[in-house]
Design a protein around this ligand. Structure first.
Ligand SMILES: [Zn+2]
Length: 440
């Protein structure tokens, strides 16, 4: 059964879009009839004023252009939220045989599930526990519930992982979660780079819609400021002329102030998050979050990981593909690991570090809004961060990951090693051209 707060959110989500439509229709009425027609173009006798046709038409044109832009960005946002919401498919639950491998683990996880709160998943102990596949032994010693879908992780160079090196796991969707994906309780699915569940648009704002959300709240802010200015200006004039206010204009001031303040807050906070390259969920504990990352150990260094080697690595490792599960004692004895193995170092960031921060607010903004002015202002192209055509990592990574690699000695040898700055720049350019190609 849906919990009360979830039901309230869903009910609000269904109510608000029709309410917004009514507000838009009413705003059109206020500006067209009481302001432009009855006061400016053909003033009613009670106003004792001359006709101001030019001002009336100019206000009408600006107002309808602005409301058109707001409606278009809203529809674009709504389209992406309903048609391309970034949901991850569910997997089938573990088989009975798999469940029996961990009789004590499952009830404990079910119990914890009810205590789950809406917090950032990374540093939140409760969420991490829920989303683990099995116990958190290191070095790949733990037997996961299911290895399905791991190829899409270990074929990359870096991914976010648990402390034992396996990707984060959602026990509700029964699947490993790509970096930054989060389980949304309102829609009961994991969502790629989930930002928040937004009742204003009746769905989940995620990597596929965050850009259009920013554009929508930004244009709504401009629209509200314009509406507030004309309502306030003509209310002041009418009070001066007649000694009384027009009730529709007074309501217009109230509505445009309310929505203006709201959209101002949303615009500022969304742009700030985009500049930090964080989602709303990740921002909840950005100062204390510690990210655990699996970073590929280059093939040339694998020999060094031999226990007899004189080189002592400072990190734990995990080797993919993992053995199939469940593995009977006989099967375990006969198990031959595949020839091609992918070894990853398990490294952690310092508290408050963000591996997705590209080191400059402008580059972070580009990941959401796009690489050109047209992309920034028109709701046409998808965000570059939603582009899945380049495969080194799920999202572009910044200087924090370069530093972790350097500290662990995972960087290329000195003779072929470019500077960290150049390396990041090169990857950035590669992603940019790939994004352009994918949009063409
Ligand atoms: Zn999930």
């Amino acid at each position: 059964m849906a919990r009360p707060d979830r039901r309230v959110n869903l009910a609000v989500a269904r109510t608000i879009p029709p309410f917004l439509l009514c507000v838009c229709v009413y705003a059109c009425y206020i500006v067209t009839k009481p302001i432009c027609i009855d006061y400016l173009i053909r003033p009613l006798p009670k106003y004792s004023r001359g006709s101001r046709v030019g001002a009336g038409i100019a206000i009408l044109v600006i107002f309808y252009v602005l409301i058109f832009v707001v409606i278009i960005t809203y529809l674009r946002l709504l389209y992406n939220i309903t048609r391309n919401p970034g949901f991850l498919p569910r997997s089938s639950p573990p088989t009975k045989e798999q469940q029996e491998t961990e009789p004590s683990e499952r009830p404990q996880r079910r119990k914890r599930k009810h205590r789950r709160t809406r917090t950032a998943e990374k540093p939140d102990k409760t969420d991490i526990d829920i989303e683990r596949g099995a116990d958190g032994n290191a070095d790949g010693g733990a037997i996961p519930l299911d290895n399905t879908g791991l190829e899409s992780f270990y074929t990359k160079d870096v991914f976010v992982c648990q402390e034992d090196g396996r990707p984060l796991y959602c026990s509700t969707c029964c699947r490993y979660k790509p970096d930054r994906a989060h389980h949304c309780r309102e829609v009961d699915r994991c969502v790629l780079k989930m930002d928040h569940f937004c009742p204003w648009v009746g769905g989940v704002v995620s990597e596929t819609s965050f850009k259009f959300f920013i554009q929508f709240v930004f244009y709504t802010l401009i629209f509200c400021v314009f509406s507030l200015i004309i309502c306030a200006t003509f209310t002041a004039e009418i009070i001066q002329d007649t000694g009384g206010a027009n009730v529709h204009l007074a309501i217009g001031i109230g509505l445009s102030s309310l929505f203006g303040l709201f959209s101002f807050g949303m615009t500022i906070s969304s742009l700030q998050l985009a500049m930090w390259n964080l989602s709303t969920i990740e921002n909840l504990n950005r100062r204390s979050a510690v990210w655990t990352l699996a970073i590929r150990v280059p093939d040339r260094m694998l020999a060094r990981l031999n226990p007899e080697s004189r080189w002592a690595p400072t990190f734990r490792t995990i080797t993919y593909p993992l053995p199939p599960v469940p593995l009977s004692p006989e099967a375990a004895r006969d198990y031959q690991p595949p020839e091609k193995q992918h070894v990853f170092a398990i490294l952690q960031t310092l508290p408050g570090e963000n591996p997705f921060d590209l080191g400059s607010p402008f580059k972070n903004l580009q990941q959401v809004l796009g690489y050109s002015i047209i992309d920034w202002f028109l709701p046409l192209r998808q965000s570059p961060c939603a582009d899945r055509t380049t495969g080194d990592s799920f999202y572009e990574l910044g200087p924090v990951v370069s530093r972790l690699k350097k500290e662990a000695g995972l960087n290329p040898p000195p003779e072929s090693q470019p500077t960290t700055q150049n390396d990041t720049e090169r990857k950035h350019k590669r992603r940019r051209s790939s994004h352009r190609r994918s949009q063409e």
